[in-house]
Each structure stands twice: as structure tokens, then as C-alpha cells.
Design a protein around this ligand. Structure first.
Ligand code: FNR
Length: 192
């Protein structure tokens, strides 16, 4: 399908690697829904119901929320992942979701899926190391991680209001550009 300007509609599944209500990473995804190009439709999946990966559980059949998560990834044209950084790495919540979606190895939802990574943190590095480490996982899953641009929402506590709205104009502008780049990136992998 195409929009009024003849741009192809694309579906993006987004998730944040944080479970807390006031998460800056969740807030960045909500802002992304507003700032994305018109033809890019973002659905946010809440990871709250995803249990810790356990191969014994998986062998007996995926839990309902995991099945829903994996189906949502399969259906999407691409992913947008907002990850915090914990102790200079990828938080367990983000990595656990990726681990479920990387199974089964031969027919994984993440296989050949285009992915955009972003992240927010109150610190000065804006989740840079968490994002960087997350990229490594997508080598194994054979996913197409957008190399550039990157977006590091640093000093996040100064960029949102009390209701979690992204109020910093420079970040809004840059996030819009990032999402345009992601739209173009995902389009490269859609078969005509
Ligand atoms: C953090 N935080 C953090 N921040 C950072 O920039 N680098 C880091 O290495 C860490 N390490 C870290 C470890 C743990 C266990 C916690 C709980 C926190 C702070 C982190 O960026 C902050 O809590 C963010 O607000 C988390 O993201 P959400 O929940 O706002 O999306």
C-alpha cells in the first residue's frame, strides 16, 4: 500500500528494554510514533509479560506472550529497539527479548529482519555502550542493523516533561531524521 505521496507503507514493531512506567526509553518510542514519516507505522510491544528465556519451557511450547511477540516480529517489516544501558552493557530485559526472538535458529523471527537501535539514559553517553553491545547480538541472528545514523539521548531527565513527553526541540528534530533514515533502511529490504 502507498500513502498520498506514493510512499510505501511500512510496519515497524518497537520495544523498549525497560519495564518501568516512567522509562525514558519507552518515552522515546512514544515520541517516535509522532515523529515518524507518515508512511511508517510504529506499534509498541510491552515486554512486561515476557518471561526469562528457558529452553525447557520453550521445548514444551512458547508461553502466550512469547508467541505474540515472535509473531509480531515476523509480521513487521522492521524493528525499532530502545535500549537502556546497565553497567556498561545491554540490560537483561532487552537481551532476553532478543534471545527469545532468535529461536529457533534456523527459522528465527529475527533472521534477515532490518533493525534500528536507539537509547536514552540520564548520563552523558546516552546508552552508547548498551547500544553498541546490542549490535553484536544481531551478527549472530543475521539481522540487518542500520549502521548510521545513531541516536544517543543523553541527559534524558532534562529532555522529557513529567508526563514523559519529549520536549527537547533538538532531540525531536534529530529523532525525526533518524526515523526517516530507518524508513529508507527498512525499505531496502522489502521485496517488490
Ligand atoms: C543504570 N544506569 C546506567 N546509565 C548509564 O548511562 N550507564 C550505565 O552503565 C548504567 N548502569 C545502570 C545499572 C543499573 C542496574 C541501573 C538500574 C541503572 C542508569 C540508567 O541509564 C537509568 O536508570 C535509565 O533511566 C534506565 O532507562 P529507562 O528505564 O529510563 O528506560
Amino acid at each position: 500500500m502507498t500513502d498520498s505521496e506514493n510512499n510505501k507503507d511500512i510496519e515497524i514493531l518497537a520495544f523498549a528494554g525497560s519495564l518501568r512506567k516512567g522509562s525514558y526509553n519507552k518515552a522515546v518510542l512514544r515520541a517516535s510514533k509522532d515523529l515518524a514519516p507518515k508512511s511508517m507505522h510504529i506499534t509498541i510491544f510491552d515486554l512486561a509479560g515476557i518471561p526469562l528465556y528457558n529452553a525447557d519451557v520453550e521445548a514444551q511450547g512458547n508461553p502466550k506472550q512469547v508467541t505474540e511477540f515472535k509473531e509480531a516480529i515476523r509480521k513487521a517489516d522492521g524493528l525499532l529497539i530502545a535500549t537502556p544501558e546497565y553497567n556498561h552493557g545491554v540490560p537483561a530485559v532487552t537481551k532476553n527479548a532478543v534471545d527469545w526472538a532468535s529461536r529457533p535458529t534456523q527459522n528465527a523471527p529475527l533472521n534477515e529482519k532490518p533493525v534500528g537501535i536507539l537509547g536514552a539514559s540520564p548520563g552523558m553517553t546516552g546508552s552508547a555502550r548498551g547500544q553498541s553491545q546490542l549490535r553484536q547480538a544481531f551478527e549472530f541472528t543475521n539481522s540487518y542493523c542500520m549502521p548510521q545514523p545513531e541516536i544517543l539521548v543523553f541527559r534524558a531527565h532534562q529532555k522529557f516533561d513529567d508526563d514523559g513527553n519529549l520536549t527537547d526541540e533538538a532531540t525531536r528534530k534529530y529523532l525525526g531524521k533518524y526515523l526517516e533514515a530507518l524508513y529508507n533502511w527498512v525499505n531496502k529490504f522489502i521485496e517488490e
